[in-house]
Design a protein around this ligand. Sequence first.
Ligand code: ADP
Ligand code: TRP
Length: 345
Amino acid sequence: MTEPKRKRILSGVQPSGKLHLGNYFGAIKQHIALQDDGECFYFIADYHAQTTLGEAVRLELEATRDAKRKPRSGAEILQENVRDVALDYLALGLDPKKATFYRQSDVPEVTELSWILSTVTGMGLLERAHSYKDKVAQGIAASVGLFTYPILMAADILIVRSNVVPVGQDQVQHLEMTRDMAGYFNSTFGEIFPLPAERLDVAAKVPGTDGKKMSKSYGNAIEIFAEGKPLKKSVMGIVTDSTPPDAPKDPETRTPYLLYKLFATPEEVADLGQRYRAGGMGDGTAKQMLLEKIDAYFGPFREKRKQLAADPSFVEDVLRDGAKRARVETEKTLAMVREATGLAH
Ligand code: ADP
Ligand code: TRP
């Protein structure tokens, strides 16, 4: 009897800044938990991060205008972010022996497949992308690369013929688009790609300090690896309205409660909810309780991260080895695609 084939699980995260609680509870936590459930591929999407690197350079120049520090170049920013994301994942429990962990730009088959998929993708499909519209509304330059971002993302997923893609709620439309592209390709050239499904965690949409979706680019993030004063500053900076502490409150409308829920046991959550509803519970107290939870939960990971960061070649060795393993699969898929589309010669 043949063994049932293990599911292929794939996900990526952009190296576009420090990872935050939304990334952790929406995506990273399930990535790590799934390591034993299937054949996992996790990667750092540095090609994707280039779509907003111009904006990062502009912000760097602004931030260093009056400071003594020399501004970092675009290359330095991207490379530092890649290293940070890799260290974060490894400290949080990604085991590179179980999961194939790599850097997108070490796997060139992705960009070739992206081109081929672009030839079966309608403009109308891309024009409907919320993420593109949101980024342009935020002031990010509407480059062709930003517009075709979902095609590159589909290529990431399809190049290893993934079945399951664990992500946060904001990526669901990209998964729908990926299935559309796989379908167009399969119906034109033959069934090569399985249709991948998204997998959402319970915390698919974590609120930021302003109550909107937490995001690296909205200035509302609580970083996973912040500690001490900066961490306290972001937690205490959670925006709450001026309902007096004595007034009864609906806990579901309080950001400190919604974030506390991510860490606390069901009994602790019920207790805090009850205190809010009864009145006499101020948001300041809830923020303090949240801060304690964050410190207790991430404290051990901070120590682990410091140890890993002390070894200068560790991250690079892990990523290079991961790319080598990923390419065994990506080369196979690309050979099938080239054959099917008339590019094998
Ligand atoms: P950001 O919006 O901060 O730039 P990314 O787009 O790099 O984050 O997202 C990386 C992963 O984290 C994705 O799977 C995304 O869905 C998830 N994610 C990001 N923000 C949140 C959030 N606020 N709540 C839940 N998941 C999130
Ligand atoms: N677009 C994703 C994000 O912003 C990152 C990403 C790139 C990704 N390629 C992917 C996620 C492939 C899952 C699968 O979060």
